[in-house]
Design a binder for this molecule. Structure first.
Ligand SMILES: Cc1ncc(COP(=O)(O)O)c(C=O)c1O
Length: 384
């Protein structure tokens, strides 16, 4: 085993908890024992902390605090958005989405499809982008929702949500954006996006795992996914996870303060990584749009190499990367997103995701470039 500490380039799977957030969490665990629904002093203190977190998150998103519903993460928020809108619509109805959604959108939609909802999945171009006009063309009189991933978890590709929302709103259709990978990395302003529903987790940007949110415009009819207890103004039942929400608020406040600088710093690290790899390794190419992409994400095809083998070889050297969505790793199926972009199965299997974030520095990037340059030729030799 290597003696140096691991180099973590898998921030799109999850990011390490920021020290400030860990302290806020620890304080909440120790000092806030009450139930936010209790009227006594300890309950009120917990309620105040939850509402402060709501204000911090709402400020980062440019949303009204009362439109924000806390959840156990983006998976719950996505399920709540999709089911919540569809539950109130007459069947049969119709949803427009994309071929590159995260499983926390794709799987609930597939379940709704089995229940009789029609689903149109719009393809993407070779850069991983959705054409807003294709979304507009797919809208029908019975379309109840448009659901689009804002920033892709594997490629980091950003969609033109404002244009997509404009097309949907012209037909009176609400829009759901999965902003999980974007939050805390690029500005996510609900009004600028034009989305009616915005879902996210905070563990991709230094917050705790198991804490997330759904921004849902009050004017939008939304049936609760979880009933019982009446918390979150009846929109999500269950006693609030107070420490996790305090951590969520702290992570959002930190993001709001650091956002422009984060983008510059991470883009510089990502570009250094790419320039280094490109200079040292022949037959590589970047997957996804270069212009419309998260600052922290690099997805590279190493032609003729098995990315799973490269991942393991890098792991033995203490480097953590990913071959695709962490949520579905363990499966050897090539990335559906890369296939949707027109890559072959072999090309998709040769692609590696490297995602930077807080704590990564230039020396680490240079070490990764050095190791990738050493390992790729060996991995290529091993290819069948
Ligand atoms: C785009 C996207 N949506 C949703 C999720 C689900 O987030 P969580 O596992 O925190 O519920 C993820 C996590 O990988 C993601 O990348």
């Amino acid at each position: 085993m290597p003696t140096a500490p691991p180099i973590y380039l898998d921030h799109n799977a999850t990011a390490p908890l920021r020290a400030e957030v860990a302290e806020a969490l620890a304080r909440a665990l120790r000092d806030l024992p009450g139930n936010p629904s209790s009227p006594h002093t300890l309950g009120q203190a917990a309620r105040a902390a939850v509402e402060r977190a709501r204000e911090e998150a709402a400020a980062l998103l440019g949303a009204a605090p009362r439109d924000l519903v806390f959840t156990s993460g983006a998976t719950e928020a996505n399920n709540a958005a999709l089911r919540g809108v569809l539950a109130l619509r007459a069947r049969p109805s119709h949803v427009v989405t994309t071929a590159v959604e995260h499983p926390s959108v794709e799987e609930p939609l597939a379940a709704l499809e089995a229940e009789g909802v029609a689903v149109t999945r719009i393809g993407v171009d070779a850069d991983g982008r959705v054409d807003p006009e294709a979304v507009a063309a797919a809208l029908r009189d019975d379309t109840a929702l448009v659901s689009v991933i804002l920033a892709h978890n594997e490629t980091g590709v950003l969609q033109d949500m404002a244009k997509i929302a404009e097309a949907a709103h012209a037909r009176g259709v609400p829009v759901h954006a999965d902003a999980t990978q974007a939050l805390g990395r690029v500005p996510v302003d609900v009004a600028a996006l034009g989305a009616d529903l915005v879902a996210a987790s905070v563990h991709k940007c230094g917050g705790p795992k198991g804490a997330g949110l759904l921004v849902a415009r009050r004017s939008l009819g939304l049936a609760p996914l979880l009933r019982g207890g009446g918390q979150e103004r009846g929109r999500r039942g269950g006693t609030e996870n107070v420490p996790a929400l305090v951590g969520l608020g702290a992570a959002c406040a930190l993001a709001a303060r650091e956002l422009p600088e984060r983008g510059r710093r991470w883009a510089a690290l990502r570009d250094r990584l790419w320039q280094g790899i490109r200079a040292a390794v022949p037959r590589v190419r970047r997957n996804g749009s270069l212009a419309h992409v998260l600052p922290n994400t690099l997805n590279v095809e190493f032609e003729g190499a098995e990315a799973e083998v490269l991942l393991e070889a890098l792991d033995l050297e203490g480097i953590c990367v990913s071959t695709g969505a962490a949520c579905s790793s363990g499966s050897i199926e090539p990335s559906a997103a890369l296939l949707a972009m027109g890559r072959t199965r072999v090309q998709a299997r040769a692609s590696l995701r490297l995602s930077v974030g807080h704590g990564v520095d230039e020396a680490q990037v240079d070490r990764v470039v050095h190791l990738v340059a050493q390992l790729v030729p060996r991995v290529r030799e091993m290819a069948p």
